[in-house]
Design a protein around this ligand. Sequence first.
Ligand code: SF4
Length: 263
Amino acid sequence: MLGMAASTSPLKHRRPGAHPAAKGKETPIGRKRRARRINRTLAAAYPDAHAELDFTNPLELLVATALSAQTTDVRVNMVTPALFAKYPTAADYAEANQAEVEEIIRSTGFYRSKAANLIAMGQKLVTDFGGEVPEKLEDLITLPGVGRKTAHVVRGNAFGYPGLTVDTHFQRLVKRMMLTEETDPVKIEHAIAELIERREWTMFSHRIIFHGRRVCNARKPACGACPIAFDCPSFGVGPTDPEEAAELVSGPERDHILRMVGL
Ligand code: SF4
């Protein structure tokens, strides 16, 4: 049953393909306004958006993020309690036995190279940074296995510096929303940084990633139950029928999202 539509309701959507961005007719200021509106709507949809990796300090987040390559945050959260208990400091990783680390992190995949990276990372933290996780981007990316994505996650969530986390969900979503034509992650990061207010970068990343997991799924996005349908030029790539789309929405925010779109 359809109820009253919120102002962000997909009931107020455009015909598939009718969005100015889908026709290549969006102005730069129009795109910026739309990106900020999307951010505000996603903030209302996911008030609890956060990094889904469990951690209590910068080192734990650094390690968890390094482990999250090619696997899910849920799987990483299953191995990190034992890992963090056994290796509480950078020096502990620096001196760790590779086979023992591998055994703990095995289920996260690519465990040999991940274990080697964790040990090398511990060694570099000890030799170059006094055993502490550095805060600067240029320092973080010198650590083995740490790229810009991991560095931004750590800076944004452990140190509070605004940062855009361009992971696969983020790339897929901003492409679908036609917020940038760039395909290279660093160029995507810079393009989105031009659109979204700096103070919002970290939370925008979390919201986009939450949305990609709960509503805008890779294979079958729930367009007919999507809070940002009005602002999405790709509306229609998934089912537009509200009842059918509602079935595709998942996660703890499901009821809240469906209420938001008037379902
Ligand atoms: S679910 Fe559909 S309308 Fe919503 S962001 Fe994804 S593609 Fe766009």
